[in-house]
Design a protein around this ligand. Structure first.
Ligand SMILES: [Zn+2]
Length: 215
């Protein structure tokens, strides 16, 4: 087990949440053979010309789509600032593009994340919060767990007075198959601290997440 793996596990060993990278992975060749098996199983010929390089491409794209297993989500929040020239209100990132895959069907989950924290001495670079969302999303996920993991990482690393996370997303396992409803969207929210105790703060967050503040 590598040092990185240990770090991921130490940071994310949190209840029943899945850990990051796992030791003892199959080889690249085994992964490509598995893709060949799936192609044959759906009824096509993995040896025909158009499909010959497909297993390699699928393995390449999986490396990219699931890069979150090789990254520590919370590492992006390790460096923070303690002074923001007197700024004392909430910090919000709206409309962070979210691309993930559901752990039940390995089908895309495409949506947006909105998050806010009420700082208490710790501020983090805004792009770092977007990175956090990216790492968490690039794993097999449920929307509920992603919401909780983003929330908890901000809570643990920045120790703010409050955290709020809202994700709205379409699950392609529902839009393309199963119930076949192209319009159904899933919304998950997790709040704590001021966003939980103070209804005015919660309302401000929800209003800003809808984009009202920008209009
Ligand atoms: Zn699914």
């Amino acid at each position: 087990m590598t040092a990185t793996t240990n770090k991921i596990q130490a940071n994310e060993a949190n209840g029943a949440r899945p850990l990051g990278a796992r030791a003892g992975r199959p080889s690249r060749e085994e992964a490509e053979n598995a893709v060949r098996t799936l192609i044959a199983w759906i009824g096509d010929d993995p040896k025909r010309e158009g499909l010959q390089k497909t297993p390699r491409r699928v393995a390449d794209s999986y490396k990219e789509l699931f890069s979150g297993y090789d990254e520590n989500a919370e590492a992006y929040l390790e460096r923070f600032f303690t002074d923001m020239d007197g700024y004392q209100d909430m910090v919000m990132l709206r409309d962070i593009a979210l691309e993930s895959h559901c752990e039940h069907h390995m089908a895309p989950i495409i949506g947006r994340a909105h998050l806010a924290y009420m700082p208490d001495k710790r501020f983090v670079g805004l792009s770092k919060l977007a990175r956090l969302v990216g790492v968490v999303a690039h794993r097999l996920q449920t929307q509920e767990r992603m919401t909780a993991q983003i929330h908890d990482a901000i809570q643990r690393k920045l120790k703010p007075k409050g955290v709020a996370v809202l994700i709205e997303a379409k699950h392609h396992c529902m839009t393309l198959r199963g119930v076949h409803d192209p319009d159904v969207a899933t919304v998950t929210v997790q709040t704590s601290g001021l966003f939980n105790e103070n209804s005015r703060m919660e309302e401000r967050f929800l209003r800003m997440a809808r984009g009202d503040a920008a209009r």
